[in-house]
Design a protein around this ligand. Structure first.
Ligand code: HRG
Ligand code: AKG
Ligand code: FE2
Length: 320
């Protein structure tokens, strides 16, 4: 539920990580505490890796354009690869960021017609060396962590711990966006028309997002129910979590997929590595019975096929 928050809640999920696969986890006091709070800290992904992922992203974005464009994103790469500043569009306005988009592999013929647009495997830069290995390790750890957090969310929603396993998200699709926001020069004249929208207001598409952002720069903002933009500053050792559109539907609106945006007005280049935990690619998503019961017995959302939602977004996100 979106509330009139002024700061973002912070939660230690370590009790959940200990008991995540225990059949009686719902009775555990520590798990119950996490379930009550929800958010994250004590997440178990080594801080060294979290930092190294941002560090290697900086080194890639520092390369000359000719080098970066070797892995150019297009429809033929399954929307995987590099996009230059201004090529991603949100609500018709170009975003002031560059990025590498990565998706879980979709093999030829997988998911029939549903799989065609996103078919492909990731294209990785050859510089800096180790980029692929580091990002794949990071994705694996984020996937494990998200699966555990989703067990906690399932309980928080009044369901069984495994609501998000099986055909809903037992074989979760994932997205990784490695994003760079160029610094803005304070010298650029005040009368210059300047776009400080690093990323326009949007909601994320899937279940849960783990945002790994550079220290020291506040740029991400989340909209509360009163319509105010609340900053989500970087806190070392934590991820900012967004709820995605599919979890809004599953929860029948008990959880909102919160609008957020990135304002780029820092003189310093900012990196963010956003990991998106999504339903099974072909999952048919509808409100959970437990959530419908708690919200007056009426289904508030249409049934959605996750990959159709993803494809509709991806196909309108780029200038090409
Ligand atoms: N895979 C995810 N969630 N990507 C989020 C990107 C948000 C910006 C995009 N242009 C949009 O309008 O959605
Ligand atoms: O840069 C950020 O902090 C967030 C990026 C974001 O919201 C996204 O890529 O979906
Ligand atoms: Fe986002």
């Amino acid at each position: 539920m979106t509330t009139d928050f002024k700061t973002l809640p912070l939660i230690d999920v370590s009790p959940l990580l200990e008991k995540w696969d225990d059949p009686s986890m719902a009775q555990d006091k520590g798990v119950a505490d996490v379930v009550r709070q929800l958010g994250q800290k004590g997440h178990g992904i080594p801080d060294s890796l979290v930092k190294e992922v941002r560090n290697i992203a900086h080194r890639y974005f520092d390369l000359p354009y000719e080098e970066k464009i070797k892995i150019k994103l297009s429809a033929t790469t399954g929307y995987r690869g590099y996009q230059h500043v201004g090529e991603n569009i949100t609500k018709g306005v170009p975003d002031m960021h560059e990025a590498i988009d990565c998706y879980k592999e979709v093999k030829k013929g997988m998911y029939g017609a549903l799989g065609e647009t996103m078919q492909g495997s990731n294209i990785w830069p050859s510089h800096p060396p180790n980029f692929k290995k580091l990002m794949e390790e990071y994705v694996n750890l984020c996937t494990e962590l998200s699966r555990k957090i989703m067990r906690g969310i399932a309980l928080a929603l009044g369901g069984s711990p495994v609501e998000f396993e099986g055909t809903r998200a037992g074989d979760p699709f994932w997205v990784l966006r490695i994003i760079g926001y160029p610094g803005v020069s304070p010298a650029s004249g005040q009368d210059m028309p300047k776009n400080d929208i690093g990323c326009g207001a949007h909601t994320d598409y899937g279940l849960l997002t783990l945002v790994n952002q550079d220290d020291g720069i506040t740029a991400l903002q989340v909209k509360n129910v009163s319509g105010e933009w609340i900053s989500a500053p970087p806190i070392p050792g934590t991820f900012v979590c967004n709820i995605g559109d599919m979890l809004k539907i599953l929860s029948n609106g008990l959880y909102e997929s919160t609008l957020h945006r990135v304002i780029s007005n820092s003189p310093t280049y900012r990196v963010c590595v956003a990991y998106f935990y999504e339903p099974n690619y072909d999952a048919v998503i509808e409100p959970l019975d437990a959530c419908v019961k708690q919200t007056g017995g009426t289904t508030r959302f249409e049934v959605a096929v996750y990959s159709k939602h993803l494809v509709s977004k991806v196909q309108t996100n780029f200038i090409y």
